[in-house]
Ligand binder design. Structure first.
Ligand code: GLN
Length: 449
């Protein structure tokens, strides 16, 4: 365990993946585990893993990368963390993110930007950029992320790691700092597909604390990943819209990946998901609306940050929120509150909700006669730090290939498919499955290892 931290600290000078390192506690746990021996049911005994800093960890500061929660110390563990504790894992620390998971580059963190370990001048993607960078840098075997509109898959693609967003309802959201509650899902960023399957099964399942968590049984996905795993006869749909605006270097890698699948016996078909282009505008209205409601609780009284020298109660609210939230979070609160307001509800929120339904129907149509949908995860490789941060609309467009999945509540994974011929950066292939069919996604991704 000591070596793990030496390695992490060496990387951290440059990568800055962690907001909080849990060194003392982690070394204590490691010593305990050494002394006690490993119980048969402790699947992750002594395994160093990391947790995104919008997931509650009892007694360990959880900031959501916001000044608002800079000194927030949770009094309970998220359900996913509780399950990891029971499995004997070692939490090495809390990873950096865009404030409240709002962003696509980790540049919206209130504290610092994480750097992509493949090229330190580039972003790690977001919002789970710290988790992706920690895995890519070899700090940990896996790191927990959250995905509301692509925040696991996109950083996975930018960092050459595996990132799975499970089906909505597969994993409990209890103890996750809420962003867009009807979209949020927890999942893993890992070095390979099999670890991902194993770890995802570990955190999945019904939870009495989360009414939206599914009662469906959790299969042993990893057990089916072996030398017999095949994509022979698999019906793969490739949406033509997923090639619109794709950078040439990404395009080449995706084409090669599709050829690889075909050479292994998969049947690759071109299909259409006609409402894809409405995904980003509708998502930003809906997710921001939910966020504006979820973030009401940060009032300067109950949690964390409170402004100094306030005159009265109104002043506490206004100044604490004005000073405690960053620019992007405030932009979302304004957009969400506006979309939900009496005069504009029908024109914006309601319209966007209809688009959501149409997008879900697009998927249903294609899944009638296909097993998985495959395309790029991001339209580009990791961009340079600073390149897009001043242009929110440009930043939002990075999510065009990932948000439809969250709108429909489907599972999807990004697997490393190759490298850009232009800049040598990793390129991720996105594999989208039917609801609760994570198995077929894992099987498909497994052939790229
Ligand atoms: N980039 C998207 C956003 O900013 C998605 C974020 C996420 O999945 N948490 O909303």
């Amino acid at each position: 365990a000591k070596e793990t931290f030496d390695h992490i600290k060496e990387n951290e000078d440059q990568v800055k993946a962690f907001i909080t390192l849990n060194e003392d506690e982690a070394l204590k746990r490691a010593t305990e585990i050494d002394a006690q021996g490993i119980a048969a049911d402790q699947l992750m005994a002594g395994v160093p893993l990391a947790v995104k800093d919008n997931i509650l960890t009892k007694g360990l500061t959880t900031t959501a990368a916001s000044k608002m929660l800079e000194n927030f110390n949770p009094v309970y563990d998220a359900t996913v963390v509780e399950k990891l504790n029971n499995a004997g894992y070692i939490n090495v620390g809390k990873t950096n993110l865009d404030e409240f998971a709002m962003g696509s580059s980790t540049e919206n963190s209130a504290f610092f930007t994480t750097h992509n370990p493949w090229d330190l001048t580039r972003v790690p993607g977001g919002s789970s950029g710290g988790s992706a960078a920690a895995v890519a840098a070899g700090d940990v075997l896996g790191a927990l992320g959250t995905d509301t509109g692509g925040s696991i898959r996109m950083p996975a693609s930018f960092n050459g790691v595996v990132g799975m967003k499970p089906t909505y309802g597969r994993v409990s959201r209890w103890g996750i700092i809420a962003f867009g509650s009807s979209f949020d899902q927890v999942g893993w960023l890992t070095q390979n597909v099999k670890d991902n399957a194993l770890l995802t099964a570990l955190i999945s399942g019904n939870d009495e604390h989360d009414m939206t968590s599914s009662l469906k049984e959790v299969p042993d996905w990893a057990a089916q990943l072996n030398e017999n795993t095949t994509v022979k006869g698999l019906r793969i749909a490739v949406p033509k819209e997923y090639f619109d605006g794709l950078a040439e270097d990404v395009h080449d890698v995706i084409k090669a990946a599709l050829a690889h699948l075909e050479s292994l016996g998969a049947i690759v078909d071109e299909v259409s998901l006609p409402h894809t282009k409405y995904g980003v505008p509708a998502y930003y209205i809906l997710a921001s609306s939910e966020a504006s409601s979820n973030l009401q609780r940060y009032d300067g009284i109950r949690y964390g940050f409170r402004a100094d020298d306030v005159k009265n109660l109104e002043d506490v609210y206004v100044r604490s929120r004005s000073e405690g939230f960053g620019e992007e979070v405030k932009r979302r609160i304004m957009l969400g509150t506006f979309s939900l307001s009496a005069g504009f509800y029908d024109a914006y929120f309601n319209k966007a909700a209809k688009v959501r339904r149409l997008i879900a129907q697009d998927f249903e149509e294609v899944f009638k006669d296909h097993d998985v949908i495959v395309g790029a995860t991001g339209a580009t490789t990791a961009f340079k730090i600073g390149a897009e941060i001043d242009d929110p609309k440009k930043m939002y467009m990075n999510d065009v290939l990932t948000v439809p999945v969250n709108m429909a509540g489907l599972p999807a994974m990004s697997v490393p498919a190759g490298f850009s011929a232009k800049n040598g950066m990793p390129v991720g292939l996105q594999i989208i499955g039917k609801a609760f069919d994570e198995q077929t996604i894992y099987n498909t991704g497994y052939v790229f290892e």
